[in-house]
Design a protein around this ligand. Structure first.
Ligand code: ATP
Ligand code: MG
Length: 754
C-alpha cells in the first residue's frame, strides 16, 4: 500500500502524543520494548505504531503481525487502525497467539502433517479423550485424575516437549505420564485433532523446522508487535523468535507489574531476556498515566511498591487528585452487594451510564449475591468473559440432582445427572432409554425403572443411579434446604468429581458449589411463612434467574468480571469487592507462595478505575453455608491511608481483636494492626451492633436496618442479618440469640425494634 505523502491525519494524531509515546510510535525499524505501567498508553502506542508504519513509513499491512491478548482486543485494534488511517487492513494479521497459530496451520496443513479438515479439541473434549486413553492403558481415574494428566500434557507442550523427547528418569509415575502423553498424542494424530497447546506447539515446529515456510514468514512479517508481553509463555516466546529471525523487528509493550498468568505458564522473565535475544533492543519507558486520577494512581503505586524484583517505574498524572478511594466495611456479603447497588444508583442519577460501572472480584462465585441484587434492582448487567451464576455447569449439575429428588420425571435433569460424574452408563443405553420413553410417552426415569436386564452391562449402574436418587430424596426430606443442597453435592459425587480435576478452573467450580449451598441457605425459613416449600421456591428461583436475559454485548449495562478478565480494560467507576484475606489474596495463592502475583492482580484491579474506586469487604461471609469471620485484605492496608476514606465510621460498634478468630477463613495475611485505622484489623463479631450504626445503604424497607436488634414474640432477641424480596414478600433473616437463625416474612413477623 503506497501513499503519496505522509498521511496528515496520522501525523496529527502522533503529534498529540507525549514525547516518550511519540518516540515509541515513530521509532526507526529496530527492536523496542515499551515498558510502562498501567494506563500509560501502551495499547494506544501499539495501535498508533501500526498506523504510523502503514500510513507514514509505507509499510504494507501484509507485512505486519500484531498479537493481542484476547480476540475482542484484536477486533477492536483492527477497527481502531482502520479508523485511524481510513484504509482497510484486511491483509494484516491481528489476533491472539492461538488465533494466529490456527490460521497458519489451516494454510499449511500439509506441511504441518495435519489432515486438511483437522478439528480443534476444546478443553472439555480434550479431557474426555485423556480419560479414554487412561482407560485403555488401565490407569484408574482415581489415581490418575484426568484433569491432572491433561494439565501435565499441556505443560509439556507449553515447554515444547514431545513424548519422544521425554527423558526416562527412572521415576514410575513419570514413566506412566509419558506413556499417556504418547498414547494421547497418537489418538489425536489418528483422528486429526488439535488441542489448544498443540496449536502453538505445531505452529512453532512448522516455522522452526520447515525452511520454506520459515523463509516465507520471515520475509513477510517485517514488523511483529505484541501487546501484554509480560504474559507470554515459553512456547509463544520461542515462536516469536523463530518468526522474527534476523530481520523481523519486534515491538513489544508490557508491564511486569501486571503479570498475572504465571499459573498458565506465562513467564515475566522473557521481558528481561529480550535484550539478549533481540540485539540492539531499546527500552522506552512511559510514566505518564492518562487513565486514572492522582489518588487512584498513588494508591496503586503504593501497593505495588511492596513487591520485590520489579523493573521499577512510577506513574504520575497531570490530572487532579480526584475523589478519595472509598472503603466500605460491609456487615456481610448481602450488605456489600446493597452498598454496590446503592452507590451505582447514586452515580446513575447523574450523567453516568451503566457501561461506566464495573464490579471486579477475585473469584467467580462472588458474582451470585451481586447478581441477585442487580436483578432485584433492575439494573442490567453482563458477566464479562463468563456465565451468570445459575448458568454455570457445576451449578446446573448440582441442581439437577435436587430437582430429581422432587420430580423424578424431569427428563432434563435426568439427562444431566445420570452420567455426571461418569457412572458407566453408555451412550447406547441412554439412546435406548430415550427411544423407549418416546414410544411409551413416558419419562426416562420410568423406563429406566422398568427396563431391567435388557440394558445389558449398564443395567447395574443405572439401578445404582436410581437408588442414589431415591435414597437422597428420602434422607434429605426433613433437612434444612442448605443441608439438602450440601448432601446432594456430596452424595452425587459431584464434589469429588470436580475436586479431582485440580487447577484454577476446578477450584472455581468448587467455590461455585459452596456458593450454591449459601444460596440455598437464603431460602430457608419456616414453611408456614408461605405456602411454598423452600426447596420449590429455591429451584424456581434458580430457573428464573438463569432464564433472565443477560444483557447483550454492546448493550448499555453494568459489567461484572473477575480481576483476571479485567486486564487491559478501563471504567470510570470501579468497585473492587471482597477485599478480605483468604478471598483476596486468595488462600491458595498465599499457601503456594504467590502473594506477589496476587498483589499484581490487585494492582491491575485498582488501575482499571478512571475516576472513582470503591473497595469493600464483608466482616462476615458465608463460606460453604457457614458464616465465617473475615479480616480486611492486607492489600487494603498496603494502600497509603491518606488516599482512603471509610464511608462508614463505626466507632464502638465493632471490637478490633487483631488476633485471628478461630473460625475466620483466610490466613489472616500476616498483617499487624496499624494506628491509622483504629477500626480496622481482624474483627470479632459483636452481637451488639445497633440500628444507629448502620448506614443508609443498609436500610431494610419497613423501617429496619441491617444489623438492627429486634425482638420476636416467640424467638426472643436477635439481629437482622439480611433481607430479601420486596413489598409484602419482603423477608428478613434474623439471628436469634437462643433460637438460631431464621427467615421471617417481615409483614407477619411483628418484630419489635430494640
Ligand atoms: P494497561 O496497562 O491497563 O493495558 P495501557 O498502558 O495499555 O494500559 P491504554 O489503554 O493504551 O494504556 O491507555 C489508557 C488510557 O489513556 C486510554 O483511555 C487512552 O486513550 C488514554 N491515553 C493514552 N495516551 C494518551 C495521550 N497521549 N493523550 C490522551 N489520552 C491518552
Ligand atoms: Mg493495554
Amino acid at each position: 500500500m503506497q501513499f503519496e505523502a505522509p498521511n496528515p491525519e496520522v501525523v496529527a494524531l502522533v503529534a498529540a502524543l507525549n514525547p516518550a509515546q511519540k518516540e515509541a510510535v515513530t521509532a526507526p525499524p529496530e527492536h523496542r520494548l515499551v515498558l510502562a505501567g498501567a494506563g500509560s498508553g501502551k495499547t494506544r502506542v501499539l495501535t498508533h505504531r501500526i498506523a504510523w508504519l502503514i500510513a507514514v513509513e509505507n509499510v504494507s499491512p501484509h507485512s505486519i503481525l500484531a498479537v493481542t491478548f484476547t480476540n475482542k482486543a484484536a477486533s477492536e485494534m483492527r477497527g481502531r487502525i482502520e479508523s485511524l488511517i481510513n484504509v482497510p487492513v484486511r491483509t494484516m494479521w491481528v489476533g491472539t497467539f492461538h488465533g494466529i497459530a490456527h490460521r497458519m496451520l489451516r494454510l499449511h496443513w500439509k506441511e504441518a502433517r495435519l489432515p486438511q479438515n483437522f478439528q480443534i479439541l476444546d478443553a472439555d473434549d480434550q479431557q474426555r479423550l485423556v480419560k479414554r486413553v487412561l482407560r485403555s492403558l488401565d490407569l484408574p481415574d482415581d489415581k490418575w485424575p484426568p484433569k491432572m494428566v491433561t494439565g501435565y500434557i499441556n505443560g509439556q507442550k507449553e515447554e515444547g516437549r514431545r513424548p519422544e523427547a521425554m527423558q526416562d528418569q527412572g521415576d514410575y509415575a513419570q514413566r506412566q505420564l509419558a506413556r499417556v502423553y504418547s498414547a494421547y498424542q497418537q489418538q489425536c494424530e489418528a483422528n486429526g485433532l488439535v488441542d489448544f497447546a498443540e496449536l502453538l506447539l505445531r505452529a512453532h515446529e512448522l516455522c522452526r523446522d520447515n525452511p520454506q515456510i520459515q523463509a516465507h514468514y520471515r520475509n513477510r512479517f517485517r514488523h511483529i508487535l505484541v501487546d501484554e508481553f509480560q504474559d507470554t509463555n515459553t512456547l509463544q516466546y520461542a515462536w516469536l523468535r523463530v518468526l522474527a529471525g534476523d530481520r523481523g523487528v519486534l515491538f513489544a509493550v508490557g508491564d511486569d507489574d501486571q503479570s498475572i498468568y504465571s499459573w498458565r505458564g506465562a513467564k515475566v522473565e522473557h521481558m528481561m531476556r529480550l535484550g539478549h535475544d533481540f540485539p540492539g533492543l531499546e527500552v522506552i519507558r512511559l510514566e505518564q498515566n492518562y487513565r486514572s486520577t492522582g489518588t487512584i494512581l498513588k494508591a496503586a503505586n503504593g501497593l505495588i511498591s511492596r513487591n520485590n524484583g520489579r523493573l521499577g517505574k512510577n506513574l504520575w498524572t497531570e490530572d487532579g487528585e480526584g475523589e478519595p478511594i472509598q472503603l466500605y466495611a460491609a456487615f456481610n456479603e448481602y450488605d456489600e452487594a446493597e452498598f454496590v447497588v446503592n452507590k451505582m444508583k447514586s452515580h446513575l442519577d447523574g450523567r453516568c451510564r451503566y457501561v461506566d460501572l464495573a464490579v471486579l472480584y477475585r473469584s467467580n462465585a462472588q458474582s451470585r449475591v451481586l447478581e441477585e441484587s442487580l436483578i432485584r434492582n433492575r439494573i442490567p448487567y453482563r458477566i464479562y468473559g463468563g456465565l451468570r451464576f445459575f448458568e454455570r455447569m457445576e451449578v446446573k449439575d448440582a441442581l439437577a440432582y435436587l430437582r430429581l429428588t422432587t420430580s423424578r420425571d424431569d427428563d432434563n435433569s435426568f439427562e444431566r445427572a445420570v452420567n455426571t460424574p461418569a457412572r458407566g452408563i453408555g451412550a447406547t443405553t441412554l439412546e435406548r432409554l430415550r427411544a423407549l420413553a418416546r414410544e411409551q410417552g413416558t419419562s426416562l426415569w420410568k423406563v429406566a425403572q422398568e427396563a431391567g436386564a435388557a440394558l445389558g452391562r449398564s443395567h447395574g449402574n443405572l439401578k445404582q443411579f436410581l437408588d442414589l436418587i431415591d435414597g437422597l430424596a428420602r434422607d434429605i426430606q426433613d433437612e434444612p434446604l442448605s443441608k439438602m443442597m450440601e448432601t446432594a453435592i456430596e452424595r452425587s459425587g459431584l464434589r469429588e468429581h470436580y475436586k479431582k480435576e485440580k487447577g484454577e478452573q476446578a477450584e472455581s467450580r468448587l467455590e461455585n458449589l459452596d456458593e450454591l449451598i449459601n444460596a440455598a441457605r437464603g431460602f430457608e425459613r419456616p414453611a408456614e411463612d408461605e405456602g411454598i416449600a423452600p426447596l420449590d421456591s429455591f429451584l424456581a428461583h434458580a430457573a428464573l434467574e438463569s432464564g433472565e436475559r443477560q444483557a447483550g454485548e454492546g448493550e448499555d449495562c453494568v459489567q461484572l468480571m473477575t480481576l483476571h478478565s479485567a486486564k487491559g480494560l478501563e471504567f470510570p467507576i470501579v468497585f473492587l469487592v471482597g477485599m478480605e484475606n483468604g478471598l483476596f489474596p486468595h488462600q491458595r495463592a498465599v499457601e503456594e507462595g504467590s502473594l506477589e502475583e496476587e498483589r499484581r492482580l490487585c494492582y491491575v484491579g485498582i488501575t482499571r478505575a478512571r475516576k472513582q474506586l470503591y473497595l469493600s469487604y464483608a466482616e462476615v461471609r458465608r463460606v460453604h453455608g457457614v458464616e465465617q469471620i473475615g479480616s480486611p485484605s492486607m492489600f487494603v492496608r498496603e494502600i497509603p491511608p491518606e488516599y482512603i476514606v471509610e464511608t462508614r465510621p463505626r466507632a464502638g460498634i465493632l471490637r478490633p481483636t487483631f488476633s485471628q478468630p478461630s473460625r475466620s477463613y483466610g490466613s489472616g495475611g500476616g498483617y499487624s494492626p496499624g494506628s491509622n485505622y483504629p477500626s480496622r484489623g481482624g474483627y470479632d463479631r459483636t452481637p451488639s451492633r445497633t440500628a444507629t450504626s448502620a448506614a443508609t445503604a443498609n436500610d431494610v424497607p419497613g423501617g429496619y436496618k441491617l444489623g438492627a436488634r429486634v425482638r420476636h414474640a416467640k424467638f426472643g432477641e436477635g439481629t437482622i442479618l439480611t433481607f430479601d424480596g420486596d413489598g409484602d414478600r419482603m423477608r428478613v433473616e434474623v439471628r436469634f440469640r437462643e433460637a438460631g437463625t431464621k427467615w421471617l416474612m417481615l409483614a407477619q413477623a411483628k418484630l419489635e425494634a430494640l
